[in-house]
Design a protein around this ligand. Structure first.
Ligand code: AMP
Ligand code: MG
Length: 339
């Protein structure tokens, strides 16, 4: 299959190009497009055959449900039963934006979208290209990240092309995504609401509006997985990755020790740093920034760049905290296989 690249102006999307991409969706094809979080691989959320193509192109396990992207409130009405009042308040406050809400689904949503669950994950993205594409297609779109399943998510059209060229119909190139990590996923069918995945919208912001949000236990051996996608290895570079935890000085000397051992064993070693001046002799050091907004924007990019450099072992400084940092720490941990 030939993949067509359509360059579209993110500030003022050309209607003729949006129309061309929307026609592909209407015919049951696949279109990668930018959102404010990461690039998504879009298909008609009401067309099971089109959705099958998304699973196939990504190599995604079929029991991992997809987020449905809408552009209007009538789109929401079409797929979800009437949300509870607290969910409506969240919607009003944060859509369009990096917040995915789990609601009771309507029959029209095919089982392949929800992994057979009676709930559906819904989001209204804050990106002009995404919103105009959904509107023009006239249907809600499934849009999981436009990468091979398990790999770091794409924040630029060229990341999408590296993973999916030849496997999908169209890639819209609308520049770099603003946030860089995926949406926050919150289940509003439970009381209190449950955080299923930290992401672009800090959970503290959500709590200001709806009160306490329970955190899903991260230990999947003891608790059943409420969000099926969480059990899979994710965001992972080819290299083995380790995060060295602890306080700054101890961490840096431990990283140096591990790096020297790796180098002695003939490995190509990468260092993922959150301190600008931190360098290790003989290693490829990449600085992700220290402010969470910067780190979120660079993280997946850097993991992909380590792969390109042929690094065998990535040693990372620790990163975490509240707000956006929680989502970043989650991606980092999963990239290191500590899901
Ligand atoms: P992705 O499309 O890779 O960004 O992942 C979407 C995330 O949303 C996965 O972790 C899914 O497990 C989760 N998700 C999607 N639909 C549902 C649902 N109905 N209930 C719970 N989690 C869901
Ligand atoms: Mg993904």
């Amino acid at each position: 299959m030939m993949t067509k690249i359509l360059k579209i102006n993110p500030l003022s999307p050309e209607p003729s190009k949006i129309k061309e991409a929307a026609e592909v969706i209407k015919r049951g094809g696949t279109v990668a497009f930018p959102t404010e979080t990461v690039y998504g691989l879009g298909a008609d959320a009401l067309n099971p055959e089109a959705i099958l193509k998304v699973f196939k192109a990504k190599g995604r396990p079929s029991d991992n449900p997809l987020i449905v992207h809408i552009a209007t409130f009538s789109g929401l009405e079409l797929i979800a039963k009437r949300p509870a009042k607290s969910a409506l308040v969240l919607i009003k406050e944060f859509w369009p934006g990096p917040l995915t809400i789990i609601l009771k689904k309507k029959k029209i949503v095919p089982d392949i979208v929800t992994g057979g669950l009676n709930t559906v994950a819904v989001r209204m993205p804050d990106n002009k290209i995404a919103l105009s594409l959904i509107k023009k297609a006239g249907v809600p779109l499934v849009a999981p990240s436009a990468n091979l399943s398990g790999k770091p998510s794409p924040t630029r059209a060229k990341d999408v092309a590296a993973d999916l060229s030849g496997k999908i119909d169209v890639i819209i190139d609308g520049g770099k995504t603003r946030i860089g990590i995926e949406s926050t996923v919150i289940d509003m069918t439970t009381s209190p609401p449950t955080l299923l995945r930290p992401g672009g919208l800090p959970v503290e912001e959500i709590e200001k509006v709806v009160g306490h949000v329970q955190r899903q236990s991260m230990s999947h051996e003891t608790t059943p997985v409420r969000s099926p996608g969480l059990k899979y290895r994710h965001y992972a570079p080819k290299a083995r990755m380790v995060i060295v935890e602890g306080d700054s000085d101890a961490v840096q000397s431990e990283i140096k020790k591990l790096a020297e051992k790796g180098l002695k064993d003939g490995k190509k070693v990468g260092i993922l740093a959150f301190h600008k001046e931190f360098r290790v002799e003989g290693c490829i050091t990449k600085y992700a920034g220290s402010r969470p907004g910067t780190v979120a924007g660079r993280l997946f990019n850097i993991l992909r760049a380590f792969d390109k450099d042929g690094v065998d072992l990535i040693i990372s400084e620790p990163y975490g905290g509240n707000g956006l940092k929680l989502g970043i720490a989650d991606r980092l941990r999963r990239a290191a296989g500590q899901g």
